[in-house]
Design a protein around this ligand. Structure first.
Ligand code: NDP
Length: 281
C-alpha cells in the first residue's frame, strides 16, 4: 500500500476504510471483510459508537498490530484536559488496543485547546503515534499551530470532486499538515456516481466512477477513507493502484469543484450549537 509520511515521520496508508454510519452490529463483519480485502487503515470515532466492533475485528484478524493503522476521534468534551484523557482511555479500552496510530479532534468546537494539550501528552506518552484534527477551517488550524507545541499531523475534512479544497491543501502542505478526505464520494450526493465527466474518464481506463474519484485524490496526495459495507465495493475501492489519470483528466475533474459543502458548513451557528453542545453519554 502506498503511504504518506506525516510531519513526525510516521507513515500512513494513503487509502483506508471508514466506518461512519455503520451500525455497531454490522461493523465487525464489515471491518473483517475490509481487512480480508487488503485494507490496513481503519477510521473510526468515539461518536460512531462502533469502536468495540472495530476492535473485535482487529483482534480476530490476527494481523500483527504493527501492520495496521488505526484512527479514532475525540468527541467534543467539557473543558479541561482530564476529560480528554478520560475519553481517550475509554476509546482505547473499547478498541482493545495499547495505542492508536492517529487520534483526531473530531470537531473544532468547545475548549479544543485543552483537548490539544491533553493530546500532546497522550502522544508524548506513546499512546497515539500521531495526533491531528478534523473539520478545522484554515484560521482555526493556523491558530492552533501558532499557539501550541505540536503541529497537527492531519486535518480530516470534507473533500470530494464537488468540494476539492485545493487552496486549503496548499496551505496545509506549507504548514506540514496532511490533508485527509472524509466523504470521498460525497456519500453519492449531487449524482456523483452517475456524473458524466467522471464516468467518461472511467470508461477510458476501464474503471468505475468510484475508482476514478479515489485515484484523483491519491494523485493529489490526499489520504482517502471510503466507506462501504459491500465486499465487492470494498474490493473495487482498493483496486486503484494499477492506473493513472492524465494531466488532462485531472484538469477535467478540477472543473467539477463547486467549493461548497454538500453536507453543512461548520460555521453555521445552528450546527455549532447542535454539535458543539452535544456530549456522548
Ligand atoms: P463516502 O463518501 O465514503 O460514501 C459512502 C457511500 O458510498 C455509502 O453509501 C456506500 O454504500 C457508497 N459506496 C461506497 N463505495 C461505492 C462504490 N464503489 N460504488 C457505489 N457506491 C459506493 O461517505 P462517508 O461519509 O462514509 O465518508 C467516508 C469516511 O470518512 C467515513 O466512513 C468516516 O470514517 C469518515 N468521515 C469523517 C467525518 C468527520 O467529521 N471527520 C464525517 C464523515 C465521514 P455501501 O456501504 O452500501 O457500499
Amino acid at each position: 500500500m502506498q503511504t504518506v509520511t506525516l510531519n513526525n515521520g510516521v507513515d500512513m496508508p494513503i487509502l483506508g476504510f471508514g466506518v461512519y454510519q455503520v451500525d455497531n452490529d454490522q461493523t465487525e463483519q464489515a471491518v473483517s471483510a475490509a481487512l480480508t480485502a487488503g485494507y490496513r487503515s481503519i477510521d473510526t470515532a468515539a461518536a460512531y459508537g462502533n469502536e468495540e466492533a472495530v476492535g473485535a475485528a482487529i483482534k480476530k484478524s490476527g494481523i500483527p498490530r504493527g501492520e495496521l493503522f488505526i484512527t479514532t476521534k475525540l468527541w467534543v468534551q467539557d473543558a479541561g484536559e482530564e476529560n480528554t484523557h478520560r475519553a481517550f482511555d475509554a476509546s482505547l479500552a473499547k478498541l482493545g488496543l495499547d495505542y492508536v496510530d492517529l487520534y483526531l479532534i473530531h470537531q473544532p468546537f468547545g475548549d479544543y485547546y485543552s483537548e490539544w494539550r491533553a493530546m500532546q501528552e497522550i502522544h508524548k506518552a506513546g499512546r497515539a503515534r500521531a495526533i491531528g484534527v478534523s473539520n478545522f477551517a484554515p484560521e482555526q488550524l493556523v491558530d492552533l499551530i501558532v499557539n501550541n507545541e505540536i503541529v497537527p499531523a492531519v486535518n480530516q475534512i470534507e473533500t470530494h470532486p464537488f468540494k476539492q479544497n485545493t487552496d486549503y491543501q496548499e496551505l496545509m502542505r506549507a504548514e506540514g499538515v496532511q490533508i485527509e478526505s472524509w466523504g470521498p464520494f460525497a456519500e453519492g450526493k449531487n449524482g456523483l456516481f452517475t456524473n458524466g465527466t467522471l464516468a467518461a474518464i472511467g470508461a477510458e481506463h476501464g474503471k468505475s466512477v468510484a475508482q476514478v474519484v479515489l485515484r484523483w485524490m491519491i494523485q493529489r496526495g490526499v489520504v482517502v477513507i471510503p466507506k462501504s459495507v459491500n465486499p465487492d465495493r470494498m474490493a473495487e475501492n482498493i483496486d486503484v493502484f494499477d492506473f493513472a489519470l492524465t494531466d488532462g483528466q485531472m484538469a477535467q475533474i478540477a472543473h467539477l469543484d463547486g467549493g461548497e459543502s454538500l453536507f453543512f458548513e461548520h460555521t453555521d451557528p445552528q450546527m455549532v450549537r447542535r454539535l458543539g453542545g452535544y456530549r456522548l453519554s
